[in-house]
Structures are given as structure tokens and as C-alpha cells.
Design a protein around this ligand. Structure first.
Ligand code: C2O
Ligand code: CU
Ligand code: CU
Length: 423
């Protein structure tokens, strides 16, 4: 609801039980319900406030992944919410229409709380996106898909999965929005799927069973300049993609995950994610516009500093995360070039809070079109170097840092994370 011009959301983190498989249920955590949380929707320019009540018997935090906002509102490990407490972050939404999400960020325990079910989507709307002929009726032709992998014991309780690998724990059962073996009834000729890799370790390469082409229209931070015709879209944990796909009346088609490039994932396989079931007659959908958004080319000319981040083992630049140390002190209203190198043959990823960055180059070459837009999380293939243009737009705060880290949550929890202050 709106209170004195402020859009107010309420989220209560609580314990529950959820049945994912017919054999029985399992203890879970959720916001409001027993697993995951509601989709929050706000418009650019709106002031929002989220009243977060912690009904867990445990400390938590809520981080707004992808959101540009003051560090004290960011929900990282510096803003714990004690059991029974209320936290009321507030900020003005000031970024393009995008598919963002929220999840806990408790120091050393993010994976545990996210895997138990604490996650939800946060959609930003704006006038430019609203004026485009794109599917945008939530739940009609525009669907959020939170994709996670889990494993179950014979009694339906969560199991440890395929065991600890380099990346973390992989599950053998795919959940979409908390549902196993899911399907989606489609009533329009085109649907927009907002894909979120909400898994803690697994990399996906989303594709359709018949290899059909779809339009990639948006990435982490918003719409691309123009739709990119694609037959697959890889997403590492925390990344999002918006795609538009066409269906024929009456057809059933599986959204799958193809086995990703082994360079990106050791223990992955091919599996179905979601079956789309088209009705016998479908409402017509307009063509995807040829121009989606103005996405100016990144310009590193005014970058004030270059820094290098070497991802290796379970730390960055040979340093473990320390809540008391600022690894980077950046100046407000400046840009920097960050060179991020994965020194392992196996994958890591790189997420930066507060901003959407741009990829300048990968091993010296311009990024592919699917990585040319606004990003806050990217997969880092083994032994490659990524040059990023990061920008600290506003919100100076000399005491509360933001985070950057590997979004494989096991690595993050192990200390593969650093802190930056914007002053
Ligand atoms: Cu989605 Cu620092 O996290
Ligand atoms: Cu984040
Ligand atoms: Cu990692």
C-alpha cells in the first residue's frame, strides 16, 4: 500500500513446512508463506519502504540484489535483523525496469538461509518499458521463474544432494517457484519468462527441447538495446534473463537446461526445467520491438582507477572476507575499471552490490551481445580475464560498506567476498 507517498511492502521471514514431493514434507523458510516470498513490484521514481519482520528463531538479513540504493539499506551482513526484530529500509527506486531479487546475506550463512527458501523477486517498472509492445501482464503472459535445485530423502525432507563439489552442493531435482515437475499453462502466442537462477551452486544453460529460437530481451539490470535471437541462455547463480518465446496452439514444449560447457561446470547434466502447455487457442501477441532501450556503449575514458581482483580457491586477492576491513574505497560519482580474473580452471562468478556494471572485454574481446547490457553478476570461466566498468553513482557513506563476491553461495560463505566503501 501507499502511505504518505511511500510504497510500503511487508515481509515476514518465518519457519514452515513444505511438501515438494508426494512422499512427505520438509522444514522450510519463507517470507509470508512457507517457501520463497512474494514478488515485489515498484516503479522507477517511487520511494519504497519494506517492513521486514523476522519471525525466525535466528538472525537474518534481507539484501536487495541488483538494486541501486544506500549502503545502509542494502541488507548486507552489516544490517542483521535479530530474531523478533523489525527492519525498515527505505530508498527511492532509481534505475531502469528490471528483474531483481531479494535474499538473506547473513555473514557465513547465506547458503543455508537461501537454500531453506528465503528468496523472492523484485520487479522494477518504468515508463519506457511500459510503452513497449512486450508481454507484461504478470501471471498472464509475463512469468517470474525462480529456478533452484534440491535433493530429497525418501520421506520428502531436504537431503544433502549430490554432495559437496567445488561449486557447492548440487541437487538432482529442479524446483521452479518452489514446485517440482512444474508446468505452465500458456494462453497467449508469446510469453515473457523472467528467469532467475536462484540456486546456490548450479549453472544452467536454458534452452527449449526442440532448440527453438527465442528473444533475449533483458539481463540483470534491464532491457537490452535490441532483442538478441538465441537458442540458449546460460545463467550462473544470481543472474537473471528475460526472454520472449512463441508457442503454437495446443503444443507442449519443455524449457530445459542443456549440459553447460564443462569449462563452466563440473558436475552438470541435461534436464527439464518447466513444461509450457499452450491452450488450443492463443490470444495474439505483438511482435517484439526491434529497439528496446537506450543502452549507451560503456566508455572507460573517464575511469579514475583500475583495480585487479584475482579469484582463486575460496578467496579474492589471497584475502579472506573481513567485516572490519574496507578492501576498496571508491569516490562517489566516479567510474573505475575492475579487472577480474578467475585463476581456477573451474567456475566462479562476480557480483557487485548497488550497481549495474558493464563488461568492457573478456580476454581482450568485446562481450557477446547477451553480456553487453546491464549486469550485476557474471559467470567467470576458468583462466579468463574480464574487464568491467563499475560506477559509484551516489550514496556516499564513510562507514557502511557494500559487498562484491562470488555468488556461488558456498564460496561467498567461505569468505570469497570483499567490501567497498563509497565516500
Ligand atoms: Cu545476491 Cu551479495 O548477493
Ligand atoms: Cu547483491
Ligand atoms: Cu566461487
Amino acid at each position: 500500500h501507499v502511505e504518505d507517498g511511500v510504497r510500503v511492502f511487508a515481509l515476514t521471514a518465518r519457519e514452515g513446512r513444505t511438501s515438494f514431493v508426494p512422499q512427505g514434507d520438509t522444514p522450510t523458510l519463507g517470507y509470508d508463506g512457507s517457501y520463497l516470498g512474494p514478488t515485489l513490484v515498484a516503479a522507477r521514481g517511487e520511494q519504497v519502504r519494506v517492513d521486514v519482520t523476522n519471525d525466525l528463531p535466528d538472525t537474518t538479513t534481507v539484501h536487495w540484489h541488483g538494486m541501486h540504493l544506500p549502503a545502509a539499506m542494502d541488507g548486507g551482513p552489516h544490517t542483521p535483523i535479530a530474531a523478533g526484530a523489525l527492519w525498515q529500509p527505505t530508498w527511492t527506486v532509481d534505475q531502469p525496469a528490471a528483474t531483481l531479487w531479494y535474499h538473506p546475506h547473513l555473514h557465513g550463512r547465506t547458503r543455508e538461509q537461501v537454500d531453506a527458501g528465503l528468496a523472492g523477486m523484485f520487479l522494477v517498472r518504468d515508463d519506457e518499458e511500459a510503452a513497449l509492445a512486450l508481454p507484461r501482464d504478470y501471471g498472464i503472459d509475463d512469468f517470474p521463474l525462480i529456478v533452484q535445485d534440491r535433493s530429497f530423502n525418501a520421506d520428502g525432507s531436504f537431503a544433502g544432494g549430490l554432495g559437496m563439489q567445488f561449486d557447492g552442493v548440487l541437487g538432482d531435482t529442479i524446483l521452479v517457484n518452489g514446485t517440482a515437475a512444474p508446468y505452465l499453462d500458456v494462453t497467449t502466442g508469446k510469453v515473457r519468462l523472467r528467469l532467475l537462477n536462484g540456486s546456490s551452486a548450479r549453472m544452467y544453460d536454458f534452452t527449449f527441447a526442440d532448440g527453438r529460437e527465442f528473444d533475449l530481451i533483458g539481463t540483470d539490470g534491464g532491457l537490452l538495446e535490441a532483442p538478441v535471437a538465441a537458442t540458449d541462455i546460460p545463467l550462473s547463480p544470481g543472474e537473471r534473463a528475460e526472454i520472449v518465446v512463441s508457442l503454437a496452439p495446443g503444443e507442449r514444449i519443455a524449457l530445459r537446461s542443456a549440459a553447460p560447457d564443462p569449462a563452466l561446470h563440473a558436475g552438470s547434466a541435461e534436464f527439464d526445467v518447466l513444461e509450457l502447455r499452450a491452450a488450443a487457442s492463443l490470444a495474439a501477441s505483438p511482435d517484439v520491438p526491434a529497439h528496446l532501450a537506450d543502452v549507451p556503449a560503456p566508455d572507460a575514458a573517464n575511469a579514475v582507477t583500475e583495480r585487479t581482483f584475482v579469484m582463486s580457491g575460496h578467496n579474492i586477492n589471497d584475502t579472506q572476507m573481513d567485516l572490519g576491513r574496507a578492501d576498496v574505497v571508491a569516490t562517489v560519482d566516479t567510474s573505475e575499471v575492475w579487472t577480474v580474473r578467475n585463476d581456477n580452471p573451474l567456475p566462479h562468478s562476480f557480483h557487485v552490490h548497488d550497481m549495474q556494471y558493464r563488461i568492457l572485454s573478456i580476454d581482450g574481446s568485446p562481450p557477446p551481445a547477451r553480456l553487453a547490457g546491464y549486469k550485476d553478476t557474471i559467470a567467470l570461466e576458468g583462466d579468463r580475464e574480464y574487464r568491467l566498468l563499475v560506477r559509484f553513482d551516489d550514496y556516499a557513506d564513510p562507514t557502511t560498506p557494500y559487498m562484491y563476491h562470488c555468488h556461488l553461495l558456498w564460496h561467498e560463505d567461505q569468505g570469497m567476498m570483499g567490501q567497498f566503501l563509497v565516500v
